[in-house]
Structure formats: C-alpha cells, structure tokens
Design a protein around this ligand. Structure first.
Ligand code: HEM
Length: 106
C-alpha cells in the first residue's frame, strides 16, 4: 500500500533529533539521505557501532522490508545497535515514514 509522505514528515519528527533526510549531514545518527539501496553502516564519516558495521558486512541493505523490521524493534533487528530508539509499533506510521524517506532517495 502507498504511504502518505506528508503524514510521514510528521512521523519523522520522532527521528529528527538524531537524523536528517534532506542532506548528507550526520547528527547523533547518520544521514538518511539516499537510504534506500544503501548497505547498513556505510554512510561516510559516521562512527557506527560494530554491530551495525557487521550487519552491513552480513548483507543488510536498507529497503522497505528491512527498514520496516528495523523500525519495529531496532535492537531486535540489529543486536548491539547504538540507536537508542524504542521503535514504532504502528504499521501505518512506518508506511508513511517510508514514503517520506523515499523522497530523499533516488
Ligand atoms: C541508525 C532510522 C530514530 C540514532 C539508523 C539507521 C536507520 C535509522 C535506517 C541505519 C542507517 C545506516 O545504516 O546508515 C531511524 C528512523 C528513526 C530513527 C527512521 C525514527 C523513526 C533515531 C533516534 C536516534 C537515532 C531518535 C537518537 C536518539 C541513531 C544512531 C544510529 C542510527 C546513533 C547508528 C546506529 C549504530 O551504529 O548502531 N537510524 N532512526 N535514531 N540511528 Fe536512527
């Protein structure tokens, strides 16, 4: 089902203290610009946890499915991640957030 990118912009407020999607700039978390198709733990000049770097080496690539799993329960999807965010329980919120983030990915 198609997400609502405008509604997703509101959901992204939960992420925006740590992440930017519009530009390549890292904050507390890595930039989410160009996220779709990117291997986990590979955005330049960001100090990822060993767990996130290993997840990428093990083949984790960000797409709708992997991102949905991660956002449901970050610490279950990537054990040892240093992202201190509890996750999103509402599937519609995640769908809308994905539509928002896709605007900033090719
Ligand atoms: C990592 C998304 C909320 C801090 C990541 C990654 C994604 C992501 C996709 C992996 C990026 C990559 O591999 O390059 C989101 C979304 C959020 C959110 C969509 C909101 C729903 C937050 C919040 C914080 C945060 C609130 C800070 C309190 C981090 C950190 C990492 C990270 C530190 C690096 C994790 C590691 O190296 O283990 N986030 N995030 N995130 N995020 Fe978030």
């Amino acid at each position: 089902q198609e997400g609502d990118a405008a509604a997703g912009a509101t959901v992204f407020k939960k992420c925006a203290i740590c992440h930017i999607a519009e530009t390549d700039q890292n904050k507390i978390g890595p930039s989410l610009n160009g996220l779709f198709g990117r291997t986990a733990g590979t955005h330049p000049n960001f100090a990822y946890s060993p767990a996130m770097q290993q997840a990428g080496k093990d083949g984790l690539v960000w797409n709708e499915t992997s991102l949905r799993d991660y956002l449901h329960d970050p610490k279950a999807k990537v054990k040892g991640t240093k992202m201190t965010f509890i996750g999103l329980k509402d599937d519609t919120e995640i769908t809308n957030l994905i539509a928002y983030l896709k605007q900033y990915s090719k």
